[in-house]
Design a protein around this ligand. Sequence first.
Ligand SMILES: N[C@@H](CCC(=O)N[C@@H](CS)C(=O)NCC(=O)O)C(=O)O
Length: 213
Amino acid sequence: MTNLTEAAPYQLLGLYDSPFVRRVAVTMHLYGLPFEHLSLSVFRHMDAMRPINPLFKVPMLTLPSGETLYESAYILDYLDELAVERGVSPLIPRCGAERWRVQQLMALAIVATEKAVAMEYERKRPDERQWPEWTERLRGQMRQAFAMLEKRLEGDYLVGDRLTQADVTTVAGIGFVRYILPHEWPSADYPALGALAQRLEASDAFKAVPLDE
Ligand SMILES: N[C@@H](CCC(=O)N[C@@H](CS)C(=O)NCC(=O)O)C(=O)O
């Protein structure tokens, strides 16, 4: 963990085992935006987090002005605008059919990811309070969303022939499942997604934000 310095004016709060934090961190690396990372857990480091983020929700991005941004989708929107200002092509196209196609695949990736995170929260409950039927429903929704993404992945990327936020968000979600719930990832069902994940996880931007930091 490092401290905020003038050389790195953005500060990102949250562990990289959060797929929402990780997609923001990967995006900042891809855009060449330096940031300090505060690796505090919303569960295990509540005392340290309280003065910084009493909402206990991550990711939280602190801007050079001291303002804080919540909700990874809005943070990505902010970062995309910065990218455009710097002449970098944003991971979500600014307009047209490509924009809504990327957004809709991000929506599927977020359904898969949210259902996986919900399964993990269910697993954290005391044994006698767990609801197997609910977990089964979440598992079905997660698998359905990944299956829909698998079907859409025909080439190297989900949309067109370049990396978009649909790929980054999907791979962040897959990374979470494989790291936290490995028994919930039937790799034989998702060969194309597996290949995409393998390729992106080997890239500098993903390697810079390891799940087990
Ligand atoms: N929709 C939110 C989801 C963020 C989220 O659920 N983060 C989790 C960590 S993976 C969290 O803060 N959990 C603590 C809580 O919700 O109390 C986003 O995309 O930023």
